[in-house]
Design a protein around this ligand. Structure first.
Ligand SMILES: *Cc1c(COP(=O)(O)O)cnc(C)c1O
Length: 457
């Protein structure tokens, strides 16, 4: 088999900045061991997130120039609207400035005290918006999804039996929505099978509960279905995506992921009454219904990106590049989530650093070490992000302690990725020298964004 090459050539380049290890030591200290506090120019390879960090195509940049900035009824809105209707089959499309803005609107309307939102795994902003409304979020990931290093084809699946049980327990009337996140971002970027979506749909129908898709990575998930699920090998990605959305009543989407845009999002749905209520809120918080917090040029870039992302040459390269890094790390004995997910490589920090207890945030310690060693920025997805405190102030840890290396779309080449693997393996070889961290300052919600930490003495 020949090397799988990047399916693009480079027309415009952006410099990256090199620092010395001494400089990075001082930067890390100043940032209080939180990668969100580091200036981007002090980062060599930025794998903090794949959100809003994609390289746009020449077509998207051309679209930026053609954006129609009319307040109402902009041509760019209709391009956006038609594209999303075509991809999802959903008749009502509401633009928002990000995924979380779509979440804020829908959960403000459907949430509130005494309500439960059930998911395979809620993403952090989704959970935060649910909890901010007074409602509770419940994650019901399948058993395979709980074991980071045991491979299985669809580790993002929801546990359908547990779903039935929780619906019975809480009562269907108290559950405004079931949400399937594709791919399952917080659970390792693992895909959800069409079969699982169908089964969840069935349970939702029986209980009259709407099913929504958190569709941020719908194209990556659709491609996994094509590769791994029986009966889909000969279907095109747009066909698979349309089927996937056909089981849902609506979706939320961040266009900063599978739309190759630097900003944007949307809500799409089938229920007109609900759409009218959403649009009323949209006008208060985001803007008029034909731009929703976005410039016309953004709507244009998103519409073009949504078509480009379903190109199978692109998806082949995309999925393969994540697998390439994963396999290099596995070969060196680094504990990583298996199999490779769609947008990121996840290191199992609990296994990587078994001597650092969870209340000393092993994931965050590893994030710091990767920056110090090679200027790589990653993010902890563990007890700093999801941990809570009990009444006595003791940490209730997250289910897993992961470090995510999210790969921006169309940005880095194979040699960048080779360098990343070398740095991780170097850190792995001296893992015994790493120290845990304690929090010195934090906020009550989404604390990982701003928390300050220091090394344990
Ligand atoms: C990024 C993301 C969101 C939130 O979208 P933003 O555009 O960052 O507000 C929601 N769900 C998932 C699965 C995501 O990856």
């Amino acid at each position: 088999m020949k090397t799988i090459i990047e399916p693009f050539r480079i027309k415009s380049v952006e410099p990256i900045y090199f620092t010395t290890k001494e400089e990075r030591k001082a930067i890390l200290e100043k940032a209080c061991y939180n990668p969100f506090r580091i200036h981007a120019k002090d980062v060599l390879i930025d794998l903090l997130t794949d959100s809003g960090t994609s390289a746009m195509s020449s077509n998207q940049w051309a679209g930026i120039m053609q954006g129609d900035e009319s307040y109402a009824g902009s041509e760019s809105f209709f391009h956006f609207d038609n594209t999303i209707k075509q991809i999802t089959g959903m008749p009502l499309v509401i633009p928002t400035h990000q995924g979380r803005a779509a979440e804020k609107i829908i959960f403000t309307i459907l949430g509130g005290k005494g309500k439960y939102f059930i998911s395979n795994t809620l993403f952090d902003t989704t959970r935060a918006n649910i909890e901010f409304s007074g409602a509770e979020g419940i994650d019901l990931i399948c058993e395979e999804g709980k074991h980071p290093t045991i491979p299985a084809p669809f580790k993002g699946n929801m546990d359908v039996e547990a779903l039935k049980k929780v619906i019975k327990e809480k009562g269907p009337a108290n559950i405004p929505m079931v949400i399937i996140t594709v791919t399952n971002n917080s659970g390792g970027g693992q895909p959800v099978s069409m079969q699982n979506i169908k089964e969840v749909r069935q349970v939702c129908t029986e209980n009259k509960i709407p099913l929504y898709i958190d569709a941020c990575r719908f194209a990556e998930n659709s491609y996994f279905i094509k590769l791994r699920e029986e009966g889909y090998a000969d279907k095109s990605v747009p066909e698979i995506a349309l089927e996937l959305f056909s089981y849902a009543d609506g979706c939320t989407m961040s266009a900063k992921k599978d739309a190759f845009a630097n900003i944007g999002g949307f809500l799409a749905m089938r229920d007109l009454d609900l759409a009218i209520r959403c649009r009323n809120l949209l006008i208060i918080t985001e803007g008029f219904t034909t731009y929703g917090g976005l410039a016309g040029r953004d709507l244009e870039a998103i519409a073009i990106g949504l078509q480009e992302v379903m190109d199978e040459n692109y998806l082949h390269y995309r999925i393969r590049s994540i697998e390439y890094l994963t396999n290099k790390l596995i070969a060196a004995g680094v504990p990583v989530m298996q199999p490779a997910g769609g947008h990121a490589v996840y290191i199992d920090a609990k296994e990587f650093l078994p001597d650092i207890p969870v209340d000393q945030y092993p994931g965050q310690a590893l994030v710091g070490a990767l920056y110090l060693e090679g200027g790589i920025r990653s993010v902890e997805i563990g007890s700093l992000m999801f941990g809570k405190y009990d009444e006595t102030g003791k940490l209730i840890p997250a289910q897993m302690e992961l470090v995510r290396l999210a790969i921006p779309r169309r940005v880095y080449t194979q040699s960048h990725i080779d360098y990343v693997s070398e740095v991780i393996i170097d850190v792995f070889n001296k893992r015994n020298t790493l120290k845990g961290l304690t929090i010195i300052e934090e906020t009550p919600m989404l604390r990982h964004f701003t928390a300050k930490l220091k090394p344990v003495q």
